[in-house]
Design a protein around this ligand. Structure first.
Ligand SMILES: [Ca+2]
Length: 173
C-alpha cells in the first residue's frame, strides 16, 4: 500500500526567482485528492541571517489559511535550490477547486523559489510578474486517510502561538 502520492506538480526548475519579503508569494493549484499531507517546493535560502519562512494553504489571498507550517532558515537548502517538504497539518481540500500555496517571510531574508516560463502548470497562475510563470511545487495527498479532527489547524495553532502575528497580517487585523 502506498498511501501518499503526488497529486499536483510543476517540476520544471530552469530559473530562480528571488521572493519578495513581507509579502504573499503564491502559486495556485487545483487538487484532485482530498487530504493534503504536505507540499514540496524547489527553494533555497541565501542568507544565514534570514528569518523564518512560512507556507500556507488558503482559498484566497484574503481569507484565513486552511493549514500551514513554519521553518527556520537553517532547515532549508542553504545557498542551493533543492526540493524541501513543508509538512503541514493534514487538511481536507475540495477536488477541482483552486487553492493558493502562499510563501511569506520577513524583511532582511533571502529566499528563492525555482520555476519556469511557458505556463508549465496549466491549472493555476502565480505571483511572479510574468503571467506565463509557474513556481515548482508538488502537493502530496494521502488517499487512505479520513479526517478525524474537526479543525486540525486550530489544534496546530495552539502549539504554534508565534504564528498569530502572521495570521493577523493575512486577515488585515
Ligand atoms: Ca500556470
Amino acid at each position: 500500500m502506498i498511501p501518499s502520492v503526488i497529486d499536483q506538480q510543476q517540476t520544471k526548475t530552469p530559473e530562480i526567482f528571488t521572493l519578495i519579503p513581507d509579502a504573499q508569494n503564491w502559486q495556485q493549484f487545483k487538487n484532485r485528492g482530498e487530504i493534503l499531507e504536505s507540499v514540496d517546493l524547489h527553494i533555497g535560502c541565501y542568507d544565514s541571517l534570514s528569518g523564518w519562512i512560512s507556507l500556507f494553504i488558503a482559498e484566497s489571498l484574503t481569507t484565513s489559511p486552511l493549514t500551514g507550517a513554519t521553518y527556520n532558515p537553517g532547515e532549508l537548502p542553504e545557498n542551493i535550490q533543492d526540493w524541501f517538504t513543508f509538512d503541514v497539518p493534514d487538511v481536507e481540500l475540495t477536488g477541482g477547486k483552486t487553492y493558493y500555496i502562499i510563501v511569506t517571510f520577513g524583511l532582511m531574508s533571502d529566499y528563492r523559489w525555482s520555476g519556469a516560463h511557458g505556463n508549465p502548470y496549466k491549472s493555476g497562475a502565480s505571483s511572479h510578474p510574468d503571467a506565463d510563470w509557474d513556481f515548482a511545487f508538488r502537493t502530496v495527498v494521502d488517499k487512505s486517510k479520513t479526517m478525524e479532527l474537526e479543525s486540525p489547524f486550530l489544534y496546530f495553532l495552539e502549539n504554534h502561538p508565534y504564528l498569530f502575528p502572521i495570521l493577523r497580517y493575512f486577515l488585515g487585523l
